[in-house]
Design a protein around this ligand. Structure first.
Ligand code: ATP
Ligand code: MG
Length: 284
């Protein structure tokens, strides 16, 4: 692991211009533009996890979509491994090819009409890949096993899996592309706590094995504490604080970060609630 930045984001800004309604147009009025992301700069070191936290609507997904190249920034630069992700030349330099996105709802990102073998195998059969059908299937089987599924699961369709299993399929597809930068927007928020822990563990194991770099978005500070090396705190489109995870979580300097942390139920409170539940269940 080196200290050089792998992802570099500088002055990133997104202004959404809302549509003018007919009455507004007739009155010659313009609705105010919304600055969803305001001059955000940060870097991510190779092989580490950078978590972005902040309240709903603070601009986390907008940043993720710009970093992924799915949304054009109004201003600012993004580069991965020194190559620009945005602007002219971004399509050819390969920066986009080494990134993949994992979403909260994997069902929306998995083609429902494709069998899992084809979903995971597709990036293996892209241009420049010379794998035959049998060889592709073998690799897909290995990937399925790697994410805790069975090679025979490849013959099934996405709707035949649970949410946690679908997230495993999305992860297998991401690593099949040989991407080494993975953008995760609330990847486990829709899962129950035990499945969430399994997926997070899988992601950490894959990070160690494959040297992956994660840009990890979550509103769950317990998840962030488990996953992140560094944390950025976003409030109303601005990065208010940014630094090593322990420093941000245990000694936040910004009032907004302090209020975010104060809003999280403490471990003691959660344990107490669990004890109550266990006692209740034992009494049944
Ligand atoms: N395509 C769009 N057009 C107009 N406004 C948008 C668009 N996408 C996002 N916004 C606005 O930008 C702001 C930031 O939205 P964003 O989805 O990035 O928030 P978020 O931090 O991901 O929130 P959440 O935690 O709820 O997912 C919001 O006010 C949202 O309404
Ligand atoms: Mg979001």
């Amino acid at each position: 692991m080196t200290g050089a930045p792998f992802l570099a984001v500088s002055g990133l800004t997104k202004v959404f211009a809302p549509r003018r309604t007919l009455p507004m147009r007739l009155a010659g009025q313009r609705p105010p533009a919304l600055t969803a992301v305001d001059a955000v700069s940060f870097t991510i070191r190779r092989g580490t996890t950078y978590a972005l936290v902040g309240e709903s609507g603070s601009g986390k997904s907008t940043i993720a979509r710009m970093v992924a190249g799915l949304l054009a920034p109004t201003k600012g630069q993004i580069s991965l491994g020194g190559a620009p992700v945005t602007g002219a030349g971004a399509q050819e330099n390969g920066a986009r090819r080494r990134m993949q996105m994992v979403f909260q709802d994997p069902y929306s990102s998995l083609n429902p009409r494709w069998k899992v073998d084809d979903i995971i195998g597709e990036p293996l059969r892209g241009p420049g890949q010379r794998k035959g059908r049998a060889e592709t299937l073998e690799t897909v089987g290995q990937l399925l096993e790697r994410v805790g599924l069975h090679p025979a699961d490849g013959t099934r369709f996405p709707h035949e899996f649970s949410g946690g299993q679908r997230q495993r399929i999305a992860i297998a597809r991401a690593i099949a592309t040989r991407a080494d930068f993975i953008i995760c927007d609330e990847p486990t928020s829709a899962l129950d706590v035990s499945v969430q822990a399994q997926i997070l563990n899988l992601m950490r194991d894959l990070q160690d094995e494959l040297g992956l770099t994660y840009f990890f978005i979550s509103h769950n500070l317990a998840v962030v504490r488990y996953m992140a090396d560094d944390i950025g705190v976003l409030s109303r489109g601005r990065l208010v604080e940014d630094g090593p995870a322990a420093q941000i979580l245990d000694a936040p300097t910004h009032a907004y970060t302090q209020s975010l942390i104060a809003a999280v139920p403490t471990v003691e409170a959660v344990e107490e609630a669990d004890t109550h539940r266990a006692v209740e269940e034992a009494g049944r």
